[in-house]
Design a protein around this ligand. Structure first.
Ligand SMILES: O=C[C@H](O)[C@@H](O)CC(=O)C(=O)O
Length: 259
């Protein structure tokens, strides 16, 4: 990463173009074998595919799934049970289920991870999750952290995910940064005006690089990489991770002076 060109970084760590009407698109990571994707049903219904890379008959035969609706209201069928999702509402789907996406103006972001056990499917209403207030206006990093799956109330095998909403007037996320060597993490930036950008910082402490990212673009953070960003306008992001455990607090802060 230290010697890569910007084009190399974008090729290897950026997941753009996940959201196309009538399509389910996905990116497979060898770091912790996460699948990161988008499903935009339009007027139809879209099944979550079992892409060849997985080598199984269905996508969730050996995986569990986190979904967040980053568009307008829609619904997800899980083994034919209907779950209504509004903007930024989430859904955890346990191993073994079949998933169908629907909603003319909905756009579903999803992350799946290998799961050694099956846990119940649970709807995660954004309005019902009590956020953790982080940062401050003085640090320009005031934000609300909505933990949907983080190893506590909601039971999962390894998947953790949630949404962080940056307060008006603030621009930084995940600053000071941190590392979690036992997990890979993916950020999807959303609710960013088309003219704005997020400068996302990545890499080892002391050798940080950056990607310039637009709305609804995702970035893969390998376990050794910091993951922090600063925007030119207001935004939110969906964070999702998987790996050795599902303990949110299993992380190592990186003091700013070590960058
Ligand atoms: O491992 C935790 C993830 O990086 C996010 O929860 C951090 C975050 O949302 C933030 O501080 O802004």
């Amino acid at each position: 990463m230290e010697t890569a060109t910007n084009a190399d970084l974008r090729k290897d760590f950026l997941a753009p173009d996940l959201f196309h009407i009538g399509e389910v698109r996905g990116v497979y990571t060898h770091d912790d074998r996460l699948v990161v994707g988008g499903a935009v049903p339009g007027t139809g219904r879209l099944e979550l595919p079992a892409w060849d890379v997985l080598g199984t008959g269905t996508h969730l035969a050996r995986r569990e799934l986190g979904i967040v609706n980053v568009g307008e209201p829609g619904h997800v069928l899980v083994d034919d049970e209907k779950f209504e999702l509004g903007h930024l509402d989430g859904l955890f789907v346990g191993r073994g289920s079949e998933v169908v996406f629907a909603g003319a103006d909905a756009a579903f972001y999803f992350v799946s991870a290998p799961a050694h056990a099956t846990y119940p499917t649970v709807l995660l209403s954004h309005a019902a999750v009590e956020p953790v207030k982080l940062g401050s206006p003085a640090g320009a990093n005031e934000r609300s952290l909505y933990r949907y799956a983080w190893g506590q109330e909601l039971q999962t095998a390894v998947l953790q995910f949630g949404v962080t909403v940056i307060a008006d007037g603030s621009v930084w996320n995940t600053c000071p940064p941190h590392l979690h060597d036992r997990r890979t993490e993916v950020y999807l930036y959303v609710d960013l005006d088309e003219k704005d950008r997020v400068f996302h910082f990545m890499g080892r402490p002391g050798a940080a690089r950056h990607l310039v990212m637009g709305n609804r673009e995702a970035v893969i953070s390998p376990p050794w990489s910091i993951h922090s960003g600063v925007g030119t306008g207001s935004y939110a992001f969906i964070w999702a991770m998987g790996g050795e455990n599902n303990e949110y607090t299993d992380l190592t802060p990186v003091p700013l002076e070590d960058l």
